[in-house]
Design a protein around this ligand. Sequence first.
Ligand code: BES
Ligand code: MN
Ligand code: ZN
Length: 525
Amino acid sequence: MQFSLHTGDATRASGDLLVIPLFEGDLGPSAPEPLAAADAAFEGKLRAAAAQEGFKAKAEQSFVIHTLGRLGAERVLLLGLGARARYRPEVLRLAAGRAAKTAQRLKVTSLAIAVPTTSHADEALRATVEGLELGAYRFDKYKASAKEDKGGPKLGRVALLLPEGVQKDKALDGAVTLARNVAEAVNWARDLVNEPPNVVTPTRLAQAAQEAAKDAGLKATIGGRKEIERLKMGMFLGVTAGSVEEPKLIHVAYIPKNAKDAKRPPLALVGKAITFDSGGLSLKPADAMVDMKTDMAGSAAVLGAMKVIGALKPPFPVHAFIGACENMPSGTAYRPGDILTARSGKTVEITNTDAEGRLVLGDILTWACEHKPATIVDLATLTGACIVALGNYIVGAFGEDDEAMWSVLEAASNAGEEFWRLPISDLQKDALRSEVADMKNAGERWGGAINAALFLKEFVGDTPWVHLDIAGPSTSPKERGYFGKGATGVGLRTLVELVRQRAADTHDEVPAPKPAKAPRKAAAR
Ligand code: BES
Ligand code: MN
Ligand code: ZN
């Protein structure tokens, strides 16, 4: 998609489709400029027609009509944003996503969108561009219909019409560039997750990491089974034992050019990368196994974030650590009853081979801690229990370091991703007590998401750490806003915001004031 910024009269914008996002009440006498102008070109009949069709600019409502030559554009799309009081950039991002999907259905190749007047034009612009790019995403390369369409109409040109009184400037150009980088990275991560598990094997995931690093000017180091053995990652080796695919150890590093910045304590990102989770010998039922190609969504988000971080160039190092393998049943598979020795030295009794993510992550977290990070954030499709608790749209956030937790929650809120903090309570600790080893890998069913977090906690020591269970929101069960059915790329935007936040704090350089007692609520903007 190509974006250009424009000021002036929306009715003169050419192209296949003019999109006018509207708040509830905008259809009344105080219509915003683009609607008022379009309505005038329709001799006052546009608003009447929309009203007649029941369009009230509620969130999720839209209204399309042919302009019959009355406007520069061939059609006009009125897009509901809901109540202005409830506005956040995410509302606009979702609406722009719907506009992109409508444009695709209408086989539109060029559109103009009137960015609505809000308190922060740069944020509105960013949300609009992200929503359009994310909403236009499709994964249909394996379908014959998509092959026939190849070279056919695709939404290519987008004119961004700035709100009244807002002039083009560098900051707005920057907002568009950032939005494009982020959305392209999210769509790249979505592809990795949506690709089938016979394509995205641990080897292919490592290749993707290498390509991403090369594009972004980062350093990628890939190890195989030998390296994992050398590092004595006994839990990782246990999980991969049943698979014929070679496991991969992936390290992607962004190191600032400036020597002083390069010495700052790094941020470490860890992502779960089970390219297919059959459950192993504790085999999953068929229905539960069918979507288990998504069990590497955490690593896809981390790698996608690294692509953006390479362009952002924050004044501190950022490392990504990933252990990629399959979880398969076979004659060489690890068994329930096995005792594995972690890189940290801890011994673990295997009570369920389907609790594999925490085993690989435990060894990877130990490895990450050896790089002395200031903070570790891990993303993992870790537990069905977290989906039971929070559903398909909300990320579960665990961690005992309040400052790290608040910064992640604030980043999520600014990114428009919904997170909810859950406790890591020692009350659940009995769940992991083993009779024969230091602990067992799977406890009782109750509190399953907490038990998994408690297990991971054993491997981070005192390092400030936030664990994000993305089992639910890593895929969307339906088309919604800028989401299609399938991979979402959740977490990536939050990681980017986290890095931007830390970069801003580092640049300020004054010793940071003690954080407030609660996460700053993202002001409605
Ligand atoms: N990858 C799954 C968790 C999952 C479930 C992700 C559904 C996405 C959708 C994980 O490895 C797993 O199997 N967890 C088990 C743990 C249990 C055996 C302690 C679970 O949640 O049932
Ligand atoms: Mn599993
Ligand atoms: Zn899994």
